[in-house]
Design a protein around this ligand. Structure first.
Ligand code: ZN
Length: 79
């Protein structure tokens, strides 16, 4: 998706909201909770042909926090 092509329908009409102002959204609506005191804003990529949305966190410090604080998912079969 970040390369400008939709992985679902193959369209090249992909737009990025990575640089929009106030991208964490009103009341953090475009952000996800990382810890009790921390949220991470998301960069959204939208295909305007099929409507697919992909969201990425750009802030590497938040990604490190997630790796530290969140539960890791084991690959399938590893319950
Ligand atoms: Zn698409």
């Amino acid at each position: 998706m970040k390369n400008g092509q939709c992985p679902k329908c193959g369209s090249k009409e992909v737009y990025s909201g990575a640089d929009i102002p106030l991208k964490s959204g009103p009341f953090g609506s475009n952000a996800i909770p990382v810890t009790l005191v921390s949220i991470a804003a998301m960069d959204n990529y939208v295909c305007v042909d099929c409507g697919l949305v992909e969201s990425y966190i750009e802030d590497s410090a938040k990604l490190k926090d997630i790796a530290k604080e969140w539960k890791k998912i084991s690959p399938a079969g590893g319950q």
